[in-house]
Design a protein around this ligand. Sequence first.
Ligand SMILES: [Zn+2]
Length: 262
Amino acid sequence: MLKITALRALKDNYIWLLRNRGNRKVAIVDPGEAEPVEKALAADNLKLAAILITHHHYDHVDGIAALVANHDIPVYGPVNEPIPALTHPVKEGKRIRLDRIGAKFLVLDIPGHTAGHVGYYGHGLLLCGDTLFTAGCGKIFDGTAQQLFHSLQKIAALPDETLIYCAHEYTEENLIFASMVEPANSAIVQRLVKICQLRNKGATTIPSTLAEEKQTNPFLRCDIAEVIRATEQFADHPLNSPEEVFVTLRHWRDSPNKPIHC
Ligand SMILES: [Zn+2]
């Protein structure tokens, strides 16, 4: 069974370390820096066997150069983005087999945060970088809000029990925004209480399940009456489709009165 460990990196990034029981060879996802990876390898006498990259931002790729200098390993990443030391360009529908680790993933194109962003789906989990966050979603950089809407719809079609492994610890801040959008949603309140307890212990709040996201993440709830009503109130005009609600909600999340930590 594939086990996933969180390595903390930079300000609030996670580098996910993938390992099968009894196997010392591991893969990592989105190394924004090399040091936490080298420390984790040394601490457990592990061997790095592959790197998976979701998109080109520095906080996901800046550790690649130092790691490939020390380890002779393949680097998988999106075909349409500038990824350092990329050996295996991937896109939608590509099935990748990491035989040395004992893992297989299906590549999903999930653009919007960046134009070529990919995710890796397999073993009941989705490695989704900065596309879907726990209780939120990525900002728009070189993709479009419309692309991001359709990427989140694609993710929402995966099985409800899918574990969501995103790349940043933003859950608390995102839930505070979610509670502004839907003050009467008790699932959001309950999740916020649980998340604050985890944060107070210094624990990670990731992964969540897709089912939990569908109940509490406003960006996956753009067809829900309360989300539509609140977003129309922010926009001060009617919104005619879930996609319009999503684009406006993303704009609201970016506006100056965004929430603060509890
Ligand atoms: Zn990013």
